[in-house]
Design a protein around this ligand. Structure first.
Ligand code: ADP
Length: 265
């Protein structure tokens, strides 16, 4: 465990998910999931493709409407038709595709939400945006447009943009899947640096070395169920269920095989 940030023993739950179910028509995509996330915790959500990881985190910021159960984020009840603006203010999301505004500089991309949603002035929002871009290693690129940046740099702008709203929790949906391999490490390094400063994060990832190194807890899902959750060293070295053992046997890139990058083991 390389974390600098220490979660307080009695830290309150910042995300509380109870008996969550999600159906797509007749298909039961999320099956009675219960999950609590403490302030400052980093969860890595792993499991086979189609196991419901993305659906689960999309329910947390109401990109998907869930069928039953409850989600509370920092005291805000996540409910369809209610509190959407409040929920989106509490829950940041970083996608596979970066979805930056192509006609705006990186500085504007990061500053715009606080101005439009929070009513911040451009001056204060841009001062803050500059700090955030420095935090993700892009202080030199504030006046560039997205198409002048690499994919890894664009994803780091997207992370800074999410942080600008000061969310209670930050969700990542396979943040490195759309990147060329040589850019994966720089994005994972930024996520790791956020973990070190106590940003609460749920990260859907296929990067097992990253999960092992950065997460406080691994959440293993299969077929819509939460099968196992444990600190990474326990999960990877001593999985408890047959399903987790089979999954770990099936993945090609085990942590030990991943080449050493900044985010590697
Ligand atoms: P994962 O993130 O683990 O790969 P997803 O959450 O994307 O899994 O998908 C879980 C299951 O729900 C998959 O079987 C997928 O095909 C299905 N699914 C996801 N989105 C939809 C949708 N909009 N309509 C119907 N089925 C969906």
């Amino acid at each position: 465990m390389s974390r600098i940030y220490q979660i307080e023993p009695g830290a309150p739950a910042i995300v509380s998910i109870k008996n969550l179910n999600k159906h797509y028509g007749p298909f039961h995509a999320i099956k009675s999931i219960n999950l609590t996330v403490k302030r400052g915790e980093v969860l890595a959500l792993i499991g086979p493709s189609g196991s419901g990881k993305s659906t689960l985190i999309r329910c947390i910021n109401l990109l998907e409407e869930f069928s039953s159960g409850s989600i509370v984020v920092d005291g805000v009840n996540v409910e369809k038709g209610k509190n959407l603006a409040k929920v989106r203010a509490e829950v940041g999301m970083v996608f596979q595709q970066f979805n930056l505004f192509p006609h705006m500089t990186t500085l504007r991309n990061v500053a715009i939400a606080p101005v439009r949603v929070r009513g911040a002035s451009w001056v204060e929002a841009e001062v803050r945006a500059k700090q955030l871009l420095e935090r993700v290693g892009l202080g030199e690129h504030t006046h560039k447009f997205p198409d002048q940046l690499s994919g890894g740099q664009q994803q780091r702008v997207a992370i800074a943009r999410s942080l600008a709203m000061e969310p209670a929790v930050l969700l990542f949906d396979e943040p490195t899947s759309a990147l060329d391999p040589e850019m994966v490490g720089e994005v994972l390094d930024v996520i790791q640096s956020l973990a070190a400063t106590g940003v609460t994060m749920l990260v859907v990832t296929h990067e097992m070395a990253f999960a092992r190194k950065v997460a406080d807890r691994v959440i293993f899902m299969e077929k819509g169920e939460l099968i196992e959750q444990a600190p990474p060293e326990n999960f990877f070295d001593n999985p408890q269920t047959e399903r987790a053992k089979n999954f770990l046997r099936s993945i090609v890139r085990t942590p030990a095989e991943v080449p050493a990058t900044g985010a590697g083991l």
